[in-house]
Design a protein around this ligand. Sequence first.
Ligand code: HXC
Length: 524
Amino acid sequence: MYLNHKNRASDREKKIYSKLHEKRKKSLEGGGEKKVENQHKKGKLTARERIELLVDENSFVELDSLVTHQSTKFNLENNKPLGDGVVTGHATIAERQVFIYSQDFTVFGGSLGRAQATKICKLMELAIKTGNPILGILDSGGARIQEGVASLAGYGDIFFRNIQASGVIPQISIILGPCAGGAVYSPALTDFVLMNKENSFMFVTGPEVVKAVTGEEISFYDLGGSEVHSKKTGVSHLVGESEEETLDLARKLLSYLPSNNLNDPPFDPEVREESEQTSLRELIPDKENEPYDMKSIIGTIVDSDSLLELNEDWAKNIIVGFARMQGFTVGIIANQPLFLGGAIDYNAADKASRFIRFCDSFNIPILTFVDVPGFLPGVKQEHEGIIRHGAKLLYAYSEATIPKISIIVRKAYGGAYIVMSSKHLGTDINLAWPSAQIAVMGAEGAVRILYRNRLKEEEPEKVLEEFTHKFKEEFANPYQAAELGYIDKVIFPEETRNEIVASLHLLQNKREQSPKRKHGVSPV
Ligand code: HXC
């Protein structure tokens, strides 16, 4: 009697549990062996292989692996792969909780239909509710054509949630395949876009449509590959040489970011060797217009090897990125005299203002290194809207309520003096080196305007030299600004690191309320 009962139970168990075993096994197959082989042949990893590389070992917990589409058109009712072309779930990265979705190109080319979109939206909602970052790995042919408007609706729902999540949790998009059509707007709405050097493409209309409409012939790579988006458009913040490296960069990026807008960024307790601060004096050239690499100044001051530069190859005249100061995350913004003399152009203004807004949303103090001759002159700059773009930078600095610290190392001229984190925009601590020159404009330019007539009448070279010297004595230093309290402290370069660390401690509990309003109208 007892035996019979046991046999019956195990039969039933076998049936019930084997069904789940089967389904689980099936859900891992994606589009099947052949499609996986094709993916590998293209030098691409599968959706699950990518997740494994991205997260801590054995930490991934998959959700919705049994979801299928409900479409009945174009024979889809006979092809219902489990998971519907996207792997979603949660995991840890460096022991911190994250949410991840990874599109599976082996299933309908990773294309997004209603079911895939619903899975992604559900994950985004969980990420927002629990205050954890979301990382998306994109590899998709875009809207699933057979599902018509249902797939467009799916994209709309994702975009809406991208915007709801903006400024609440960090959102990172990792492009490891095609990302075409309106689909590009989800990564574009997220905080950071990472691309793989090869095999990653982003464009609103592909080469075929471009050819049909404009007659231009262009390859996928030249239209929307990693080089275009890292050098020309600024869409891509970081580029990896391989999928592995791109995923590694995502892990690294995350190490600087808090999990949500109510948390502080992680503190990195690793003890780092301090570099020799006295070498800073030698880094500023004697000649006023001689270029030098601002990164060598930043690299000396921040914790060793801690600078993670973003958009490194776009708008190179301004540097943005994360670094650490005694283990604390800081956002760095710095003029780069190596390119365009460090002048601000419309792309530099865009690059820096977006970065400031990210830091402000996520409690990351901003450290600004200033050596700026002004806004970049030129017809192209004026006609491309340097007024509108430059205004964004003023807006972003002024709106930001996180701790703001600035150091003028050499030039700070004209409007660019104001815009680069001046006291007038609410910067908390303004420092300057003795080599700082804070003036309405460069000495020679000023003399040419002020003494135009005398330069025509008298010995021009002598007049120019005499008054340029006089002008420099008067203005090409930080002391007028220090007398007026616009600079809090003039410091020796080797004092900078300690001053910044002390300021960061001082400002740790900074609280600043903006006027009550729905939101300002940033000149986007
Ligand atoms: C359904 C798709 C698909 C799509 C690809 N597939 N894209 N299925 N909807 N959008 C399928 C293919 O039919 C094929 O199925 C499999 O995925 C692999 O595709 P291949 O073409 O064989 O791969 P490959 O040669 O690598 O080319 C990849 C590709 C190409 C460049 C992405 O497939 C392509 O151009 N697809 C269309 C891209 C596109 O125009 N999408 C719509 C964009 S508009 P089989 O069964 O043969 O393996 C859009 C609007 C969004 O997305 C709007 C949001 C607001």
